[in-house]
Design a protein around this ligand. Structure first.
Ligand SMILES: Cc1ncc(COP(=O)(O)O)c(C=O)c1O
Length: 252
């Protein structure tokens, strides 16, 4: 059963939020659009709420925007950087949209932060992939990236729709999933009695790999499932993998 992401994915509770802020962090790392691994996007009220909370506690924000430029049928929402200005350091990446092995991204930051960021980057990677960066810069200058994103979006929309249709058709009762409306992944929520570790091993023997999401939660996971990376596989491959998954779930 497809459900709205907001219904399935419970929000960070007031208690967890208070505990996190009590540790006096200097930076909050957030993925407000199409969060990895849940696919969840903050509502407008949550975007404003998080800005206000961080302003109140003097916490800067790092916005990891890996997916807002992959919008299928979801509602457009502004980036936190657009709402919070200087309070937000914005990063985006070409990994999911151009070539995974590029590992090149870009930052929107206030001019006074740039020297520090450049120094930190030098220190952390001890050198830049300057030739690749120059090629990507040329690609952008010529306007190829915008054209590329449009054709990519058409392909992504087809995969998203095909994945939802296959889930609708194949999944047994009790299995739920989100309709994130964009980004490259959605979240599949399984009944609590399904043993995720055993399922992962069973599927791996059939060449279907799922990634264990337990490290993505602070404390015990409030969700019981994993993400489906519908952007990654062709429609036929995805349907094949979901058929194997559905058979395993029906037998468990
Ligand atoms: C949340 C998130 N942000 C950014 C990226 C891209 O990282 P990079 O540019 O280092 O490849 C990924 C890659 O999977 C991701 O999951």
């Amino acid at each position: 059963m497809a459900v709205g992401a907001g219904i399935l994915l419970s929000r960070i509770s007031g208690l967890v939020r208070e505990r996190a802020l009590a540790a006096r962090p200097s930076l909050a790392y957030l993925i407000p659009s199409f969060h990895n691994p849940t696919g969840y996007s903050y509502t407008s009220a949550e975007l404003h709420g998080v800005l206000e909370l961080c302003r109140k506690h003097g916490v800067a924000i790092l916005e990891d925007d890996w997916g807002s430029d992959m919008l299928s049928d979801g509602e457009y929402r502004p980036m936190l950087r657009m709402l919070g200005g200087k309070q937000v350091l914005y990063v985006n990446s070409f990994t999911k949209k151009l070539l995974p092995s590029l590992r090149i991204g870009f930052v929107a930051a206030s001019p006074e932060l740039v020297p520090t960021l450049v120094a930190m980057k030098r220190l952390s990677v001890l050198g830049n992939a300057w030739l690749t960066e120059a090629v990507v810069a040329e690609f952008l200058d010529r306007g190829y990236y915008d054209t590329h994103l449009q054709s990519l979006q058409r392909a992504l929309d087809l995969r998203y729709a095909a994945c939802l249709a296959a889930l609708d058709e194949l999944m047994p009762d009790g299995v739920r999933w989100t309709r994130p409306g964009g980004g490259p992944t959605l979240w599949l929520e399984l009944p609590r009695e399904v043993d995720l570790v055993a399922l992962e091993a069973h599927l791996a023997r059939r060449s279907v790999l799922i990634s264990n999401a337990s490290a993505s939660f602070v404390g015990p996971a409030h969700l019981h499932g994993f993400r489906i990376a519908y952007a990654y596989l062709s429609e036929t491959e995805m349907r094949g993998a979901l058929t194997i998954l559905a058979d395993a779930l029906k037998r468990s």
